[in-house]
Write a protein that binds this ligand. Structure first.
Ligand code: SF4
Ligand code: SF4
Length: 184
C-alpha cells in the first residue's frame, strides 16, 4: 500500500489517467458489478490496514459535527454545549452544521485516535464510502479521495488491472487525450 505521506503527490501525477479511467467506467462498466468489485476491495484492503497510522482524512478535512450530535458529543467530553462549541467549533455557513476551528481536525489526537471516540460523526465513521452502493455515481469523489486515502488510491489502481476493464488501455488513453484537446 502506498504511504499516507506520498498519496497526494502520486495520485496527482495520475490525475489524467484517473479521469480517463472514470470516463471509461462511465461508458463501459456495469454499475452493479462495479459496486461488487469496489465493495470487495474495500473489505479486503481495510481488513489489513491500520488507519491510526494514517489519519489523512482527519488531517485533510475539518471535522464536521451535525447539529443533532452537539448534545451527545458535549456530554461525552463532560462539557456543556456552549463550552463544547466555544472550545472546538464554528458554524459551517454552507451546511448549517458545525465544523472544527482548525484543519487537521481539532479532535485528532497525537496517537491517531479521535477525542470523540465512538461519538465521532457518522460521516467520519463511513469515510471513504467505498463500501456503499452506486459508486459509479460517485466516481468524482472517489478520485478526489484517492489524493487523501491510500486505500482508495489502491482500490482504483487494482480496478485498472481488473480483467473486466482490460479495454482501458493506451488506445483508450489516446482517444481520451484527443477528446480533451478538442474541448480546449
Ligand atoms: S480512511 Fe483512508 S485516509 Fe482515513 S485513516 Fe483510513 S486509510 Fe487513512
Ligand atoms: S471528528 Fe474524529 S474521526 Fe472525524 S475528522 Fe475529527 S479526528 Fe477524525
Amino acid at each position: 500500500m502506498i504511504s499516507p505521506k506520498n498519496v497526494k503527490r502520486i495520485a496527482r501525477k495520475k490525475e489524467e489517467e484517473n479521469y480517463a479511467f472514470r470516463s471509461f467506467l462511465k461508458g463501459y462498466a456495469n454499475p452493479k458489478t462495479f459496486d461488487k468489485k469496489v465493495n470487495r476491495l474495500h473489505r479486503e484492503l481495510f481488513a489489513n490496514y491500520d488507519c491510526s497510522k494514517c489519519r489523512n482524512c482527519c488531517k485533510e478535512f475539518y471535522g464536521s459535527i451535525p447539529v443533532e450530535d452537539l448534545e451527545k458529543d458535549a456530554k461525552y467530553l463532560k462539557l456543556d454545549v456552549a463550552e463544547f462549541k466555544r472550545q472546538f467549533l464554528e458554524k459551517d455557513d454552507a451546511g448549517g452544521n458545525y465544523i472544527t476551528r482548525h484543519k487537521p481536525c481539532d479532535f485528532l489526537q497525537p496517537d491517531g485516535s479521535c477525542l470523540l471516540g465512538e461519538c465521532r460523526p457518522r460521516s467520519c465513521k463511513e469515510y471513504p464510502h467505498t463500501n456503499k452502493r452506486d459508486r459509479i455515481g460517485s466516481l468524482l469523489s472517489m478520485l478526489e479521495n484517492a489524493e487523501v486515502c491510500p486505500v482508495v488510491y489502491e482500490i482504483i489502481e487494482r480496478l485498472k488491472q481488473d480483467p473486466d476493464y482490460e479495454a482501458f488501455d493506451e488506445d483508450f488513453m489516446e482517444e481520451f487525450r484527443e477528446m480533451m484537446s478538442e474541448c480546449d
